[in-house]
Design a binder for this molecule. Sequence first.
Ligand code: PAF
Length: 283
Amino acid sequence: MTAPILRSLAELRTKTNEWHRNGETIGVVPTMGALHEGHLSLAQAAKEGCDRVIVTIFVNPKQFNNPEDLANYPRTEHEDAKKLAPYGVDAIYVPDPHEVYPDGFSTTVSVAGLTDMMEGPFRPGHFEGVATVVAKLFLQTQADRAYFGEKDYQQLLVVRRMARDLNIPIEVIGCSTVREPSGLAMSSRNLLLSPEGLRVAERMNNVMRHVADGLATGKDFAPLAQEAKENLLQAGFSEIEYIDLRCAETLENLSKASKPARLFVTAWAGGVRLIDNIPVNPV
Ligand code: PAF
């Protein structure tokens, strides 16, 4: 059975107030729709960890720095609701835009530090848009736990910091990236790849694993990163924006796997910008 679709804050609060009155915990999975198996794994994790689950679907205009990207973003509400049906989700919150950004809305949530690197400089305003909408969704849903994919690892840390700094009483839980058999991280953007672009994109994870293997033997990151860049270009990627090894907690740059780390890569294949990251254990 498909979950009820709620479009107003009043409808949402009727449900959440009742659930909390009954002592039930609420999990939220914030999404922009166009759901794939990565999102569905978050819904499943939420269902396993909470009594009630809300999936939110809102294409947030404030986090797009390119109006064309926003206009082209897939809107597939009906299919999304059908995909969620087997997961026993209790409500799908698809807020009318004025419920999120009413007339005169003039607040921006900005997280310093964690947003100064990687995606931050490449996508000005993006993380402010994310932090602002996620703060609203946390407060509107009154959820006890929120589930985010590690695919957008920087976003996960930004959101966790934002909730902590603003004393929003919610636990932010990161869930492993879901991958295609080729290792390609699931992403709504994969739908934009041509068959040739997909063939190129599928090589990314292999190149990343090769770097992680080198780090595991105690090698320095710089030569491994240079080799990875060459390998990606040879595989058909047209541009490599960054290959970074960073502390998994603070995102500070590392020259070796000296503490729990993540390896981040952002590169273009077939006109599509792809981002990925994998964990790297300390040696
Ligand atoms: O990761 C996403 O889909 C979005 O950035 C999020 C967290 C739903 C905020 O709009």
